[in-house]
Design a protein around this ligand. Structure first.
Ligand SMILES: CC(C)(COP(=O)(O)OP(=O)(O)OC[C@H]1O[C@@H](n2cnc3c(N)ncnc32)[C@H](O)[C@@H]1OP(=O)(O)O)[C@@H](O)C(=O)NCCC(=O)NCCS
Length: 204
């Protein structure tokens, strides 16, 4: 059985401290859905870590109300500490087929997407656009953790992203992403398609 199929046989949608894995710099790390009151914090991180142009708080609130699977907080419990803290987040746009077509045609306003191209909560998306991610040194560690949290309806969706920072560029190239435009070179601003993640096994 491939790693991918092992992921598919796991329990669906599990998250939180009980699903934690080791942080590369010590302690534990896990993901959990944000409370709606935490969206402003998430927006502040987006502005500080990526770009003020990535999206407004109003847009984030609108997307979260439409599909709460769009946002996930990353929490870390440092070694010898009893208090966890938020160290990053994932923000996704789960796209309908129409949304995926618009993304690939470069006509989708990803900073302020119309809700009609976003799959509502409970629907399987045709694709997932990584709207923003803050997860330093963590994407490979959390790959299967976020996959298990999001569950099977997201498992087959192709993953897209736009390169907005140098760290994102290095990580995207390192992971083997390809440019949607068909060119071989990936640069700042490129729309990229990520390779299917390795979602195998239980994070025990
Ligand atoms: C972009 C980000 C999510 C990538 O996370 P990640 O995949 O875990 O990668 P890392 O944080 O370890 O970082 C980048 C570094 O690892 C290297 N790297 C990452 N994945 C790699 C891979 N698969 N192969 C080789 N090198 C890789 C990069 O070369 C880079 O090295 P550097 O030390 O010279 O900067 C993370 O760096 C981050 O949250 N950055 C701040 C916010 C941001 O820029 N978001 C992305 C917007 S497009």
């Amino acid at each position: 059985m491939s790693d991918y199929n092992k992921f598919k046989s796991l329990r669906e949608r599990v998250w939180g401290p009980s699903e934690s894995v080791e942080h590369p710099e010590g302690g534990l790390v896990w993901v959990r859905p944000p409370e709606s009151t935490e969206i402003p914090l998430l927006h502040r991180l987006l502005i500080a870590e990526i770009s003020p142009q990535a999206g407004t708080l109003e847009t984030m609130m609108r997307v979260f109300a439409h599909n709460s699977d769009s946002f996930w907080l990353i929490e870390r419990l440092p070694p010898d500490s009893e208090t966890s803290n938020i160290v990053g987040f994932y923000a996704f746009l789960p796209l309908t087929a129409e949304g995926r077509a618009a993304l690939e045609a470069h006509t989708l306003d990803t900073a302020d997407p119309p809700l009609c191209v976003l799959a509502p909560f409970g629907d399987a998306p045709a694709a997932v656009y990584i709207w923003a991610i803050v997860a330093r040194r963590l994407t490979r560690t959390l790959d299967r953790v976020i996959a298990r949290a999001m569950g099977l309806r997201y498992a087959d969706a192709p993953l897209y992203a736009r390169v907005a920072t140098m760290e994102g560029l290095k990580s995207g190239i390192g992971a083997g992403s390809i440019a949607v435009s068909g060119g071989t070179d990936i640069g700042m601003g490129s729309l990229i398609r990520l390779p299917p993640p390795n979602r195998g096994g239980s994070p025990s």
